[in-house]
Write a protein that binds this ligand. Structure first.
Ligand SMILES: Cc1ncc(COP(=O)(O)O)c(C=O)c1O
Length: 290
């Protein structure tokens, strides 16, 4: 079955789907995006994702291309046309539009919406518990990584370093030696005294939607937690570490720069958080994960 993309109001097979060579997303990375998980054909955390899209659009001054309700309908149609009945993900991108190349905003350009969707295998809980390795890399991004911009070159380069080092992710380190986040995920540790720590969602990181849901689940279960920066050294000494994202859910981090974390597999709190998140995804509301 050919995959179907939504391009500027039309549903097209991928081989016929394309945008103009003068789309500003292509020429300037002048656009924003979201990735939303699909579970049992349902969009996970749809409203928080659309709220973040709203914040990204406002931050880069791209107007909403259509109403929120119309966008939701189009997303459902993309899911339906791609026959995603089980797990999957939808990618949604909005660029400033098509115009002759000139840095300043073009007068009268109409934002271009592109959506693609794909089925994914059921989440591999055992693999998430076995965990992954990460490397550290300097955070070379611009000063607004809180905006979910399609401008991802530093993330791409750091992720490639990770892949070439045999790791799953790169944890980015700021000028003060503190971890900001991963190239496509948020970073967490559990300290020696059992406290859950993740960096505060200020302008230095993307406020992950998975991060937000997990914070609510952890709070609801009475888990002590702190939102504060932590250093690479502290992470290497941590009792447990893990990362979160829409498609990775909660994945144990068992090695950082080759150094084993804890027992070299998911620690007890990471396991509990993963279980809570898995039932949350199944159930659909933060209350149901409690
Ligand atoms: C830089 C960065 N941080 C964090 C995340 C995790 O965000 P979410 O949980 O919304 O997928 C992502 C996801 O793509 C990301 O690109």
């Amino acid at each position: 079955m050919s995959r179907i993309a939504y391009v500027d109001g039309r549903y097209l097979p991928h081989r016929h789907a394309g945008v103009s060579v003068e789309d500003r997303g292509y020429q300037f990375a002048d656009g924003v995006y979201e990735v939303i998980a699909v579970a049992c054909g349902r969009l996970v955390d749809e409203e928080p994702h659309l709220d973040r899209l709203d914040r990204s659009l406002a931050a880069v001054r791209i107007p909403w291309p259509m109403s929120r309700a119309a966008l939701k309908l189009a997303m459902r149609e993309v899911i339906r046309r791609n026959r995603i009945g089980g797990f999957g993900a939808i990618y949604l991108q909005i660029t400033r539009g098509v115009a002759p190349r000139n840095h300043a905003f073009p007068a009268g350009a109409k934002p271009v919406v592109v959506m693609t969707a794909r089925s994914l295998p059921s989440f591999d809980l055992a693999a998430a518990r076995r965990g992954v390795a990460v490397i550290s890399a300097p955070d070379e991004r611009w000063h607004r990584p809180d905006i979910k911009s399609v401008s991802l070159l530093p993330n791409v380069l750091a992720k490639q370093r990770a892949v070439e080092a045999g790791a799953y992710e790169a944890w980015l380190v700021d000028d003060d030696g503190r971890i900001t986040e991963g190239t496509a995920s948020n970073a967490w540790i559990v300290t020696a005294d059992g406290a859950l720590v993740t960096r505060c969602a200020d302008r230095s990181i993307l406020a992950g939607i998975t991060r937000g849901s997990l914070l609510r689940l952890a709070t609801g279960h009475g888990t002590p937690l702190t939102e504060r920066p932590f250093s690479l050294d502290e992470a290497k000494q941590a009792r447990e570490a893990f990362l979160t994202s829409t498609t990775s859910w909660v994945k144990a981090v068992v090695r950082i720069d080759g150094q084993t974390i804890g027992d070299g597999c998911a620690g007890p709190l990471t396991r509990r958080l993963l279980d809570w998140y898995a039932s949350y995804v199944d159930g659909g509301s933060a209350e149901e994960g409690l």
